[in-house]
Design a protein around this ligand. Structure first.
Ligand SMILES: *Cc1c(COP(=O)(O)O)cnc(C)c1O
Length: 374
């Protein structure tokens, strides 16, 4: 059994994917081109924003926004304590300070109340200038963007929605990737919409920001790439990856988001009386980048993971370590904040196999092992 089965997906769409790849090889254009433009159009239409700017990966997508907003030493950027390393890395990379904020007990997403407390604390201390909030749509579930945007307005902060895991989710029909001043996503193969390598994208309604990002991602180009008006980077999505994504986006929209939700509700039915299942608030829709259960304690989690392993079932712990305890951030003193929820989640969460091609018999087998290990 696979944790995220990319081979079944490929087998189902082999004909279309192979010919899309062959078509790029025959034409001999490997950077930019029609496929990239078409993909950007389709992505922005799906998400419901004006601009989509593709780039090299999800981390670079966020870095490009840090560059566009001139985030630098002395700036504070608020990041959930329970996320992938990247979300804080891009902040520290620009010399700014990531301020880690605890997450909500039910959704595992940024806790708006604790966010406001952290902002007030930074303002009160007076050494850092609050600049950006980066809410993460963790495991496919959009963050509480409604509350977060109110706080952002109140303190005049940018919002960068990290939708690397959230692509395909929504709140009251409004799609992940359309919240905040800008949003980013990742096409890493195991994400909800993945390519066959690295890839990423930025979404925004802001015309000026979009044109600045298009310049920054190609060496700070002006009229063309040999006219350089600012310092930028080289961060592009390959034509091959765009061609592959065009096929996969169709499958994603046509049935994959529905299929992962079907898998999730089957898991829910089997497991709800035995473990804590994912909480999806009313009006929210998840793209289930992960299906993550919560156990009573570390011991129960470890026993369960071992039993699953013995039965040939892969499972993962996202995440083992809170951001504030990562060695790379050790110079940032996180001790002053309360990370009660994140600390507990790191000891009790377990992510189960999750993808659109997971079969009923596999779900039943996984749930049987889980029940027997409690
Ligand atoms: C995967 C991920 C990223 C980074 O994406 P890459 O394409 O791997 O650089 C950023 N944030 C979150 C929450 C992620 O899960």
């Amino acid at each position: 059994m696979e944790f995220r089965d990319l081979k079944s997906q490929y087998q189902k769409y082999k004909g279309e994917i192979d010919s899309a790849i062959q078509n790029v090889l025959s034409k001999g254009t490997f950077i930019g081109g029609k496929e990239v433009n078409e993909l950007e159009d389709q992505l922005s239409e799906y998400v419901g924003v004006k601009h989509c700017i593709t780039c090299a990966n999800g981390t670079e997508a966020m870095t490009l926004l840090m560059m566009a907003w001139d985030i630098k030493e002395g700036d504070a950027v608020f990041v959930p304590d329970f996320t992938f390393f990247s979300t804080g890395e891009v902040v520290a990379f620009k010399g700014a300070t990531p301020v880690f904020v605890d997450v909500n007990r039910d959704t595992y997403n940024l806790d708006p109340e604790k966010l406001e407390m952290a902002i007030l604390k930074v303002i009160e201390e007076g050494t850092l200038t609050p600049k950006v909030i980066i809410p993460v749509d963790l495991f496919g579930l959009p963050a509480n963007h409604f509350e977060i945007s109110k706080i952002a307005k109140k303190y005049d902060l940018y919002v960068l929605e990290d939708a690397a895991q959230g692509f395909g989710g929504s709140i009251d029909g409004k799609k992940a990737g359309s919240f905040g001043d800008a949003a980013t996503t990742s096409f890493f193969p195991a994400k909800p919409l993945g390519c066959y390598g690295d890839g990423g994208a930025i979404f925004t309604d802001d015309d000026k920001l979009a044109s600045l990002l298009k310049s920054l991602k190609v060496h700070g180009k002006g009229e063309n790439k040999y006219d350089n008006v600012r310092i930028g980077v080289n961060s592009r999505l390959d034509t091959l990856q765009a061609a592959i994504l065009l096929v996969k986006l169709k499958a994603f929209i046509n049935h994959e988001v529905e299929d992962v939700n079907r898998v999730a509700s089957l898991y829910n039915q089997h497991l709800k009386e035995f473990v804590e299942i994912p909480v999806i608030p009313e009006g929210y829709h998840s793209s289930f980048a992960q299906y993550t259960i919560k156990l009573k304690n570390l011991e129960q989690r470890n026993t369960m993971q071992q039993k699953l392993k013995e039965s040939g079932i892969p499972s993962m712990v996202y995440y083992v370590k809170p951001m504030h305890l990562q060695g790379a951030f050790s110079r940032i003193n996180g001790e002053e904040f309360d990370y009660e929820v994140t600390n507990n989640l790191c000891e009790t969460v377990l992510s189960l196999p999750m993808h659109p091609y997971l079969e009923l018999k596999d779900i039943e087998q996984i749930c049987k092992v889980i029940k027997s290990s409690i």
